[in-house]
Design a protein around this ligand. Sequence first.
Ligand code: ATP
Ligand code: MG
Length: 560
Amino acid sequence: MSNNDASNAAKQPTNFIHQIIEQDQQQGLEKVVTRFPPEPNGYLHIGHAKSICLNFGTAEKYNGECNLRFDDTNPGKEDQEYVDAIMDDVRWLGFHWAGEVRYASNYFDTFYAWAQHLIKEGKAYVCDLSPEQASEYRGWATEPGKNSPFRERAAEESLDLLERMKNGEFDEGSRVLRAKIDMASPNMNLRDPILYRIRKQSHHQTGDKWCIYPSYDFAHGQEDAIEGVTHSICTLEFADHRPLYEWFIENLPVPSKPRQYEFGRLNINYTVTSKRKLKQLVDEGHVTGWDDPRMPTIQGMRRRGYSPQAVRNFCDSLAVAKTDGTVDMAQFEFFIREDLNDNAARAMCVMNPLKLIITNFPQGEVEMLSAPVHPQKEMGSRELPFTRELYIDRADFSEDSTLSRKKFRLLVPGDYMRLRSAYVICADEVVKDADGEIIEVHASLIPGTVGENPPEGIKPRGVMHWVSATEGKQAKVRIYDRLFNVESPDKGEGDFLSNINPDSFSETVNCWVEPGLVNAIPETSFQFEREGYFVADRYEHSAEHPVFNKTIGLRDTWKK
Ligand code: ATP
Ligand code: MG
């Protein structure tokens, strides 16, 4: 699929959520409002990117608005670091949230008043069962639960206890506020669910103001209602919570009536998309951080050199379905390659240098050659200094001149090769050190062959990349590959950590790049001819210390 097909596809009402919206518009809906509601307890990953593209993309498509709202009801696991990274990620993907960033904690006072409202209406009560007793009373999916002995407690008493819970008078776990719904409901979520828990924890937004925090269920729908969200899109695991979502909307004096819709989570093979597991990879040092280029986090993908447009094209290509699905990593990588092939500047980098001396080119002289930045697109040209001493890749030379030309496009003694955007040369002689290792190849150039065919009878074996040894720059190149070498790292017998690909990272410090590359702006992508796609590292690349990360190879080497 080309870029164009992908963006056209995104404009059609192809998914069931868009169909619902269009029906709602026929019924008079004026403005579509969605929200992306991350909990700031980790970094966002490719699955979240799908949710971001769906929520922000849907709002864009229908000229509506999408809010960014932190679902920060669980302070123990949350952190400002995550809040900052998430905002950075959404902006990087190119989306704009409506108004200020929002926090569930902005509404804590309202939630508290609504809890009091439910108590007064006889629809909520403070329950003193211990967590163990409460779970016993809850029953099983196949067996109804039992009413808590505190269920009929007077409203005044519950109001008083709730106030004192809030003020920190009781220990964590000693009491909770519960909705009074139905202990016999076949849906466990309706068996008097918890609205508030005692948690004596400081909160990154509200400090020490609260000793009680609302549950996800008691917060989410109300947040949507306060913000005027029309379509609250979440993943399938919340389908069973929908009746509860609707119960709160029905039973509280909310200012609007949002509706919840569920779609399937995105899973990709050869990686994990569980925040808990990603955090474990970071905490235990299996990767260098949340932004390690092997991580499926948005920060990791960014550092790896994936462009926001490629990530969006991929997300937009995915079905929005009512079942969870696993997508092949190769499908994602297809979009990464397609985007880079279209947009990355071409450049030359020699990863494993071998000196090539052009014996008929004068010492000290520099001839400026020019090469297109992109072979198909109008992206201008770049200057390539040609000198007597060059580097070529060790893997591009062989002493065996009997190698078949068809199979091996290697430089061999006595034969011809074209240097990319430069001369045709002939390898004449090999210089070895005391151990017999080749340290130099001596060659001669055929004059007049820059951009011109060589004279009759001279047929180069192929085209090779090269860098001037005197004008080029030394660079550090980090080679990345898939983090796991099995399709389902978190399924099966062993720990997912045992499936880490030991060859997923290596670093080479003695690479040579054409001189223009040291001035690359961090995060600029290149195709290093014949090697793959690389990006100037977001944080460490500089003119003094050039650092490039491998984004992906030119072809899929994982295909079975
Ligand atoms: P947690 O276990 O911490 O809740 P989470 O992955 O659900 O983890 P959230 O911060 O709650 O993370 O997710 C924010 C939004 O992104 C939610 O609406 C969630 O449904 C959606 N989301 C999370 N993971 C995926 C995924 N793999 N595919 C699609 N959407 C996802
Ligand atoms: Mg979640």
